[in-house]
Design a protein around this ligand. Structure first.
Ligand code: MG
Length: 178
């Protein structure tokens, strides 16, 4: 089974514990938590963070230079879906990160280089976790989402939840009846 981690950086692996040049920088104690998830699940990483560059190779090199321990496990980056609807009127559309993640899954899990579309089964053919301090995901992502606290970053408890999700052992709380 293919296991994918959609990883945000700021508020997850980079926090205000370490600031370089006014920017949050990677914190090794957070990378230790990330290593636990990788060791327990064998997942690969797709970068959904604004740290991603215009292509995969540039992103891997950049992350390596920044001291990211798992740069060689990065197999993808999500698209930048941010759009100007009308440049002259400066109308722009902010696209939720969950949409960018859904696009990656559709293009890379369910289809073969954008050609044949074969819906793969979640929990059988693939499993994924989204780790992010923001919350602009989709409703369908709710049982695959680990929401970190921006100033704490990835904690041991967050790592445990991510491991359960990726190993198909996470039992979500029953959806509330509206
Ligand atoms: Mg963030």
């Amino acid at each position: 089974m293919e296991k994918i981690m959609f990883l945000d950086i700021d508020g997850v692996i980079a926090t205000n514990e370490s600031v370089v040049g006014g920017q949050w920088a990677l914190v090794n104690a957070r990378q230790v938590q990330l290593r636990k998830i990788i060791d327990a699940t064998g997942c690969k990483i797709v970068l959904s963070s604004s740290w991603r560059k215009w292509d995969l190779e540039t992103t891997r090199q950049f992350m390596k230079e920044e001291g990211f321990w798992f740069w060689d496990l990065i197999i993808g980056i999500t698209i930048r879906a941010y759009q100007y609807l009308d440049r002259t009127k400066k109308i722009h559309l902010s696209i939720p990160r969950g949409v960018e993640i859904k696009q990656w899954i559709d293009a890379n899990i369910h289809s073969d280089n954008g050609k044949n579309y074969n819906r793969k089964k979640l929990g059988k053919d693939y499993q994924y976790v989204i780790i992010d301090d923001d919350t602009d995901m989709l409703y369908e992502h709710r049982n695959n989402f680990v929401n970190t606290k921006p100033h704490k970053g990835l904690t041991a408890k967050d790592a445990e939840k991510a491991i359960l999700i990726l190993n198909n052992q996470y039992l979500p709380a029953k959806d509330e009846t509206l």
